[in-house]
Design a protein around this ligand. Structure first.
Ligand code: IMP
Ligand code: MG
Length: 176
């Protein structure tokens, strides 16, 4: 387990919350009174989803799915595993996928393809807290994101290293 003093601060709790509040007000304007299903991609997106949801004013339902692409390493395997996908009927719904980070894009692509194959949405959008655009390996983009980040391994605020440090209220990076 790495020590917390090896984590270099990148975004403070205040910076994260400011960006989330501004994203929420943008979403409030876009959706108005329409109902939205938030799909939280476990485990990394749990902090982002709950903080974002607190500022949303439209009728919201929360769903959770679990995918995994990273084993215990820090580079994407490119293989996505569907660990737990139990979703309600999302036909004709407005759906907003909530992800912690888009890195290579394999996870996002897998999920969008899977969902489009199974449902006819009224609207399907992808929302990521962090977008590591320089690492993109497949053609997929976030409709909304809070921060564009460099090619660094990030931890905190949901993001982990070997399962640790998801609970940090800030985001930092480690040299790998
Ligand atoms: P992708 O499939 O390569 O886009 O990777 C997406 C998933 O890998 C994210 O949902 C994260 O769970 C994980 N991931 C990617 N980059 C990082 C990082 O810098 N720190 C922690 N997890 C990451
Ligand atoms: Mg994730």
């Amino acid at each position: 387990m790495i020590k917390e003093n090896e984590i270099k601060p990148l975004y403070s709790q205040e910076q994260i919350q400011t960006e989330i509040r501004s994203l929420a007000s943008k979403l409030n304007n876009i959706y108005g009174e329409q109902e939205v299903y938030l799909i939280c991609v476990l485990k990394g997106s749990v902090m982002f989803m709950t903080d974002l949801a607190k500022h949303l004013t439209m009728p919201v339902k929360m769903e959770f799915i679990r995918l995994s692409s990273y084993g215990s390493g820090t580079t994407s395997s490119g293989k996505v595993n569907a660990v737990d996908i139990a979703l309600p009927d999302l036909n004709n719904k407005n759906v907003l996928i909530i992800e912690d980070i888009i890195d290579t894009g394999h996870t996002a692509k897998f999920l969008m393809d899977f969902l489009r194959h199974n449902f006819q949405f009224n609207d399907l959008k992808f929302c990521a807290l962090l977008d590591k655009k320089v690492k993109r390996a497949v053609d997929v983009n976030a409709d909304y994101y809070c921060f564009e980040v460099d090619d660094k391994y990030l931890v905190g605020y949901g993001l982990d290293i070997d399962g640790y440090y998801r609970n940090l209220p800030y985001i930092g990076y480690i040299e790998v």
